[in-house]
Design a protein around this ligand. Structure first.
Ligand SMILES: CC/C=C\C/C=C\C/C=C\CCCC(=O)SCCNC(=O)CCNC(=O)[C@H](O)C(C)(C)COP(=O)(O)OP(=O)(O)OC[C@H]1O[C@@H](n2cnc3c(N)ncnc32)[C@H](O)[C@@H]1OP(=O)(O)O
Ligand SMILES: Cc1cc2nc3c(=O)[nH]c(=O)nc-3n(C[C@H](O)[C@H](O)[C@H](O)COP(=O)(O)OP(=O)(O)OC[C@H]3O[C@@H](n4cnc5c(N)ncnc54)[C@H](O)[C@@H]3O)c2cc1C
Length: 664
């Protein structure tokens, strides 16, 4: 505890499992727990990283403060000789979106993934030392989702051995890249490659944007910030930018040439690397976004759970205390599925990281076979987890009643920072439709002898899944993972097959795809939920030490899948995967599991090991000392600096005077 009385101590005594061991499960290993615990405390105990006034600062001050923090963080990283892993944890716990996210998270990965060995050798050391700062400049004013529709051109000039980067229209202005507006010296800029009058698709180019001497834009470059975004503080610490090029020249060797090369005489040579690797940075970031989803959701859930144990309403008997709102079944049925989802996303994120690492190793050995699986999983899971997390944060705000609406609850800012995750790195619907294409292709190939692989492998048992009948007889049968997996597989497979059948009736498949796109998205959701459920179940098959830890995870896993079954019972019933009676038994079992979560709820959120600094919420304080701190914080609002507000003499007094004289 960070000091003082622990108002949640009684709740903590109820825990039926070893919280310390659960912290390690949540962190992923002893090693990652040790690092994240040490670094989060280092940040929390350093006043230079305070977040207290963030939601009250005007944009310019807010932004300057972010620059100060980023520069101080870099100094600490160097002074303390932090490893790459420790440095990335430090940036995470500073908890303020900044240009550094894009520099480390996209600029460097783009050069690593799409640059040749020589290019990496030239640019990465500069970037690692932050002697150059980079952004990822893909999206334009007129095109974001449709990458093939980007308009910026990169025309090869064989006379000078250069590319000419140009923005031919207003809509071709780069628009949104984080870090671009005010900070980046360089960008990986995506543009249409043109050589000898011929177009060769979208490629990445390293372009210097600002002079290293005085930070002024280079000739031919117009650059700035795109303006305020949703929420106070929130994502406004980031300088999302606009950028236009007027025939800016760069040397030929600044095109990222791992996928295709342009020779001295302007010939385009394709390497044996698939062209989709140009999209590789997005696959990498989508995978990190799935991991981030569990962080953002667990943070909101931690706040709402602790506050729900502190808050009391109604139910006082003979002058005794009122009921803790966490004891209301409605509160539990809204909160506990989100708690379970946070754990579920943690484990699927862990698995996705493994998948991505595996794909990367294969790519290095020129094995591209698992790229479609990586694309499908990252796109689908990014969409599913960010949508649930954004909605979940807002639900947690509502679970905190009126106080949840205060900035000091931390929830409004968390929502405002988080919600663009549903849009950036691929709009969630656009990405779901990508997965739908892959699902439909998989269904169309069934029976051709080509067996589906990876997360689509269950489709290989299509005959069985189409005939499947759930044999749940009593509520506890729903605790059997094999039964649950089959029900989820059958639902996903039947929804996909149903879409495929409808699609086959269209003479023009593209027309059919467009017409059925809403149904296709539902089939993709079913497929992605199956992945999350199956990875949670797989996690439970591992050896998990610690008293009661595995048992708690089993309960949470049950809550996760039974809540989905309840919420989507329309799908399960319509596809005849369960009967109405079985759906009702699932709901009975879900209520039993809620009552098992209840005594462990506080300990389950303590296991996230978040400091009060990171949570940034009076409602979520570890010690539960909510009311005195809310009261204290109110007086710190600048509006309370004076008893009589500025503007009184100008606007309030004349009003009151006028009413008095009217009465007289
Ligand atoms: C550590 C991290 C730290 C910080 C970063 C995190 C957070 C910071 C905050 C914000 C950062 C935000 C940054 C951005 O937003 S960058 C911009 C992101 N933009 C997008 O995501 C655009 C979305 N659009 C697309 O991805 C594509 O355009 C498309 C929707 C996929 C369509 O492309 P198109 O070329 O038309 O492709 P198709 O014809 O539909 O498909 C062709 C073929 O390619 C396959 N495919 C598509 N995408 C990929 C991919 N990424 N990887 C592998 N394969 C891919 C597709 O399946 C198809 O395959 P076939 O076999 O059918 O040919
Ligand atoms: C905070 C933030 C940070 C960002 N950072 C970066 C960055 O660093 N670098 C960068 O390059 N970009 C960045 N972006 C841009 C981001 O990647 C795009 O906004 C995103 O890819 C969505 O594209 P769009 O804006 O063109 O949306 P649109 O595609 O215009 O979407 C509008 C609507 O149309 C729907 N829609 C579009 N196409 C289809 C379709 N085929 N079928 C059905 N519905 C469709 C969408 O679902 C959505 O509802 C950022 C964006 C935000 C909000």
């Amino acid at each position: 505890m960070e000091g003082g009385v622990d108002y949640l101590a009684d709740e903590r005594k109820k825990a039926e499992f070893d919280v310390q061991q659960m912290k390690i499960v949540w962190a992923g290993s002893h090693h990652t727990f040790e690092i994240s615990d040490r670094i989060s405390k280092l940040v929390a105990n350093d006043p230079a990283f305070s977040k207290d006034e963030r939601t009250m600062l005007p944009r310019k001050e807010l932004f300057k403060n972010t620059l100060r923090k980023a520069s101080y963080a870099w100094k600490r990283i160097n002074d303390l000789h932090l490893s790459e892993e420790e440095a990335s944890q430090l940036r995470f716990y500073v908890d303020e979106p900044a240009f550094t996210d894009l520099h480390w998270g996209m600029f460097i990965p783009a050069i690593k993934g799409q640059g040749t060995d020589e290019q990496q050798k030239k640019w990465l050391p500069l970037a690692y030392k932050m002697q150059i700062i980079g952004c990822y400049a893909q999206t334009e004013l007129g095109h974001g989702s449709n990458v093939q529709g980007l308009e910026t051109t990169a025309t090869f000039d064989p006379q000078t051995d250069e590319f000419v980067i140009h923005s031919p229209t207003l809509t071709s202005s780069k628009w949104w890249p984080g870090g671009l507006g005010k900070v980046s010296t360089h960008g990986v800029v995506y543009a249409r490659l043109i050589t000898d009058g011929q177009e060769h698709g979208i490629h990445g180019f390293i372009v210097q944007l600002r002079r290293l001497e005085d930070h002024r834009p280079l000739p031919g470059i117009i650059i700035g910030d795109i303006g305020m975004k949703f929420g106070n503080g929130a994502y406004n610490t980031m300088d999302n930018g606009v950028l236009r090029f007027d025939h800016v020249r760069i040397p030929r060797d600044q095109m990222l040439m791992r996928v295709s090369q342009v020779t001295r005489d302007g010939k385009v040579v394709q390497s044996d690397v698939p062209r989709q690797l140009v999209y590789g940075t997005m696959v990498y970031v989508r995978q990190t976004i799935v991991q981030d989803a569990s962080c953002a959701l667990s943070r909101a859930v931690c706040i709402a759970t602790r506050y729900s144990a502190v808050r009391r309403q109604f139910g006082s008997h003979n002058g005794g205390p009122e009921t803790q709102v966490i004891d209301y079944k409605t509160q539990q049925s809204r909160l506990f599925p989100l708690l379970a989802s946070a754990y579920a996303f943690r484990f699927v994120g862990e698995w996705l990281k493994w998948l991505y690492t595996d794909v990367t190793q294969r790519l290095q050995a020129n094995d591209f076979s698992t790229l479609p699986e990586a694309h499908a999983c990252t796109a689908g899971l990014k969409s599913l987890t960010t949508s649930v997390t954004a909605d979940g944060i807002e639900e947690c705000r509502k679970l905190c009643g009126g106080h949840g609406y205060l900035c000091t609850s931390g929830l409004p800012e968390l929502f405002a920072v988080y919600v663009p995750a549903c849009t950036y790195e691929g709009d969630n619907i656009v990405l779901m439709l990508q997965v739908a294409r892959i699902l439909m292709k998989t269904v169309s190939q069934l029976g051709s002898g080509k067996l589906p692989v990876g997360t689509m492998a269950y489709m290989g048992r299509i005959e069985h899944l189409l005939q499947y009948r759930c044999n749940v007889q009593k509520a506890e049968d729903w605790l059997n993972p094999a039964i649950v997996l089959e029900a989820f597989e059958a639902r996903a497979a039947r929804m996909s097959v149903s879409c495929a059948k409808k699609l086959s009736k269209f003479a023009n498949p593209e027309e059919g795809f467009a017409e059925l796109s809403a149904d296709l998205v539902e089939a993709v959701v079913a497929h992605c939920q199956l992945i999350v459920v199956s990875k949670f179940i797989e996690k439970l098959q591992q050896d998990i030490p610690g008293k009661g830890v595995k048992q708690q995870l089993k309960v949470l896993c049950g809550v996760y899948y039974l809540f989905l079954l309840h919420k989507h019972q329309g799908d399960f019933l319509a596809t005849s995967c369960v009967t109405p009676k079985q759906a009702s038994l699932a709901n009975d079992q879900l209520r039993v599991l809620y009552s098992q979560v209840r005594p462990n709820a506080i300990a389950l959120v303590d296991a996230f090991n978040y400091t009060d600094h990171f949570l940034g919420s009076i409602l979520g304080r570890y010690d539960g000392n909510v009311y005195p701190k809310l009261y204290e914080a109110a007086w710190k609002d600048p509006l309370n600096d004076s008893v009589v507000p500025d503007g009184y003499h100008q606007y309030i007094r004349p009003l009151l005077k006028q009413q008095r004289s009217a009465k007289l």
